[in-house]
Design a protein around this ligand. Structure first.
Ligand code: 8YV
Length: 322
């Protein structure tokens, strides 16, 4: 019998990550990458020491309370951990870890792609070419929105928000941010701090959502907050879909109050609100924030570093429910 720790790995991970898992763990893996329900995981959980999940597996209080007592760690292959009930895990004596830092650049790159794509008509422009509705070039239409010298408001200026700001500086954007606590001046690096959301929103020609999904931020972008934005604002979301109220954003996109949106994340992925697909002024991506080979490998390695530390009786670097 192997004395390696026993884990379940919910999704198929990059080859080198799977190889490291095979070397160090007695693992139940998912080579076909089927989407596992909570029941599927629970049915295989007996005798396990830990779980390596991703954001596609909802670990709510009911799931956590049904896990065998032998499971002492849930490592998630994601920086976000809104799919895990941290308090239920803490109460069950389960450590939860995530994978911060290594997907910061890849996600910030996607935020800039969305910002440019939404503002300059990447969707409708591409449709014109592909559908052959590009009859002739014209000086007056169609036109996009300049990002250079515009004001970018960053909601949630953590690691990813700061990386978005760093990129936006190359476009000479004026950067404002809203966060619970002001950053140190060297990290702020010229960005203007707003303590009040209601004072921050009217400044945001571009609004980039870079906060975590929490009880304070869910539904934060709604009719009331959208009404505070300047007319013709552009909204970018690389954080989580549930920060946005879809009915209210779609209404604002239809009326032109919000001129365009760039969205990489949605409520109820992948079954998103179908109205988004019909809007010309949205640029949509299928949750690609961390989707590069190096980033996905680094995420897997980071999740394994946390598991290895835990099973070697060291403190994992990325515990999120202390
Ligand atoms: C991941 C993400 O690709 O890490 C996160 O929180 O949102 C994504 O970039 C995805 O969640 C994988 O678990």
């Amino acid at each position: 019998m192997s004395n390696k720790p026993k884990i379940l790995v919910s999704r198929l991970l990059p080859d080198v990550v799977e190889q490291r898992i095979a070397g160090n763990y007695d693992a139940i893996t998912n080579p076909d990458d089927n989407v596992l329900s909570a029941r599927d995981i629970l049915n295989q959980a007996r005798g396990l020491d830990g779980l390596l999940v991703s954001a596609t597996e909802k670990c709510d209080a009911a799931f956590i309370s049904s896990l065998p007592d032998s499971i002492k760690i849930i490592a998630t292959f994601s920086v976000g951990y809104d799919h895990i009930d941290l308090e239920a895990a803490r109460n069950a004596g389960i450590v939860v870890t995530n994978t911060p830092d290594i997907l910061t650049d890849a996600t910030a790159d996607i935020a800039l792609l969305l910002m440019l794509g939404a503002a300059r008509g990447a969707y409708w422009g591409e449709q014109m070419v592909r559908k052959q509705t590009w009859a002739r070039w014209a000086p007056t239409h169609p036109l996009g929105i300049d990002i250079t010298y515009a004001t970018l408001g960053i909601l949630g200026m953590g690691r990813i928000g700061q990386a978005v700001a760093e990129r936006a500086r190359a476009f000479k954007m004026n950067i404002n941010y809203f966060k619970r606590q002001r950053l140190e001046a060297d990290i702020e690096n010229g960005a203007n701090y707003f303590e009040s959301l209601d004072e921050f929103l009217p400044t945001c020609q571009f609004l980039s959502l870079n906060c975590a999904s929490t009880s304070q931020t869910r539904g934060l972008i709604n009719r009331r907050t959208i009404s505070k934005l300047p007319d013709g604002a552009v909204i970018i979301n690389t954080a989580r879909g549930d920060i946005v109220n879809d009915d209210d954003l779609i209404e604002a996109l239809q009326s032109g109050k919000v001129a365009a949106a760039g969205l990489d994340v949605f409520n109820n992925e992948p079954n998103i609100d179908p109205r988004y697909r019909t809007l010309e002024n949205v640029f949509l991506l299928p949750h690609l924030g961390s989707a590069t080979p190096d980033t996905r490998i680094a995420m897997g390695m980071r999740a394994l570093d946390n598991l290895d530390a835990f099973f070697n009786e060291q403190t994992p670097k990325d515990i999120v429910n202390l």
